[in-house]
Design a protein. Structure first.
Length: 105
């Protein structure tokens, strides 16, 4: 995307230093940061924020009291916030999975 759209700047953050090792265009920056701490960006910095794979890492209370407020702080008015999460389900039910599914509803 950064190659197709070279004018915008792209920032990636993760709590672990697991940045891709390949070469990227100059408009991409990766940094290590904890989303539960104040993000290192000014207010109203982003037109678009994409977040993925955090549903098991952050509690409902943390979403409500920290994460949503911080994302709203750095998102420009009228900006877009996109969440991408996996749907976890059992694709091949064995006898124990069937029993678990029935008792957990």
């Amino acid at each position: 995307m950064a190659s197709d759209f070279p004018k915008p700047s792209y920032f990636g953050i993760d709590i672990l230093p697991i940045y891709p090792k390949s070469t990227f265009p100059n408009n991409i920056t990766f940094q290590q940061h904890d989303i539960l701490k104040r993000l290192p960006f000014e207010d109203n910095s982003f037109d678009f924020i994409h977040i993925q794979f955090l549903n098991f890492d952050i509690t409902e209370l943390q979403w409500e009291t920290i994460v949503f407020q911080e994302l709203a702080r750095i998102l420009k008015p009228g900006g877009w916030l996109e969440f991408c999460e996996m749907e976890y389900g059992i694709l091949n039910y064995g006898p124990l999975s069937k029993q678990f599914d029935l008792t957990s509803k």
